[in-house]
Structures are given as C-alpha cells and as structure tokens.
Design a binder for this molecule. Sequence first.
Ligand SMILES: Cc1cc2nc3c(=O)[nH]c(=O)nc-3n(C[C@H](O)[C@H](O)[C@H](O)COP(=O)(O)O)c2cc1C
Length: 221
Amino acid sequence: MQTRVCVQSRRTIRKFLPKSVPQEMIEEVISDALWAPSWGNTQPWEFIVVTGPALEKFKAENKNALMAGMKPSPEIQMPEEWSDTLKSRYKEVGKSVLSSLSIPRKDLEGRLNYYGEMFSIFDAPALLLVLLDKNLMLEYAMLDVGLFMQTFMLLACDRGLGTASLAASVNFPEILRKCLPVPENKRIGIGIAIGWPDLDSPVNRFQRNRASIDELVTWVN
Ligand SMILES: Cc1cc2nc3c(=O)[nH]c(=O)nc-3n(C[C@H](O)[C@H](O)[C@H](O)COP(=O)(O)O)c2cc1C
C-alpha cells in the first residue's frame, strides 16, 4: 500500500471480527516496526503480546474493574485538563462513536455497556503492551514510543489488520501486573488492540475530522 493511502486509511478499530491473528504475522509487524527511529537509537521499548485465555482473563477483569467503579491509576499519567480547543475535539470523537452505534448521550446504560466493550479491548484477539524502563525520562522516551506506535499501526494496516491504541487497556495496571509477567522495573506505557477489522460496522466507518493546516501551521520565510 502506498504510504499516503496507508496513513489516511488507518483508523482506530472498535469492532473486530471473531478471528485470531497468527502469531507469525504479529511477529512480522513488530519486527518491521522496530525500524522506527528513537533518540540515539536507544529503542527504549519492550513488549508483551497477549492472546488466548490470558487475554480473555484480562479482558474480563479489566471490564469488571470498570463496572465496579475502580479508580484508574495508569502508570503514565493522563491529562486531567485540556484547553477548550482540545476538549471540543475530544468530545466530538466521543459523540461520533456513540452516534455511530445509535447510543443517545442520555442512555447511561448504553454508554456504560459501550465502555464495558472498550475495557474488554473491543474483543480483539490480541493486545500488544508497550513497556518502558521506569528510570527513563518519561517525556523524552514517550517521543520514541509514539513513533513506534504509529509505525506499528501503519504496518498492521498495510497487512489488512486493524488496531486501536487503548488508554482503556492500561487504566488498571494492578490487573495487568497480576495477569501478566510485567517486570517490576518496567512501566506500562500503552496497549494496542490488534485484530481483523469489521469494516461493515458503523463504529469503524464514521467520518473522522482533523484540524485544518491553517489552524496549526505558522509559515516563516
Ligand atoms: C495514546 C492513545 C490512547 C487512546 N485510547 C483510546 C481509548 O482508550 N479508547 C478509544 O476508543 N480510543 C482511544 N484512542 C483512539 C483515539 O480516540 C483516536 O486515535 C482518535 O480519535 C483519532 O481517530 P483515528 O485513530 O481513527 O484516526 C487512543 C489513541 C491514542 C493515541
């Protein structure tokens, strides 16, 4: 696939087909994505790929924790405040997702069920967890991790796979640490759901928006 087409056609997949992804395929995508650049070629990332019964157990526990009202405590802090501009973009995507699924904003139960699906990793057959050393300077290392993530997702898209970066997969690190062999000296960065996209599902088809170049770029000659 042409790079430009790949960049534009990758989108967050929130409904997967009930079909597993061969381990060799995930291995290939990771191997290729390891060519992502990093500061001083430090490659400050390590990964755990979770599938099968281990993933099913994690999905169930992660969802139960959400439903039980457990307080999120991600190991990489999430923003609590945004500027109005960022807040409106964030709200817009939430609205698009819910309306694509015909869940009205006031349907609390419908929304909670949807969040339950998100915390069940949208039932993807595989989850890639990105780990980084606890002693790294976080802001800088996250530049590298972001580069890996996008490279990985584009390469997955190129092979017809769907992905979703999921903050919802790392909100309860104690569950991940209980279910998976996460080393004590590693910080859990982010999870990426991987699977075959259900391209007919409206949640994978709604129109996405981006700010215009005029809003974002200052040209200096
Ligand atoms: C770090 C990160 C965390 C994200 N976490 C979630 C999440 O928990 N749930 C979700 O539905 N989407 C999540 N997303 C997906 C974003 O909502 C999505 O990338 C954004 O709306 C742009 O849409 P697109 O990926 O379809 O182009 C996350 C994306 C990133 C980069």
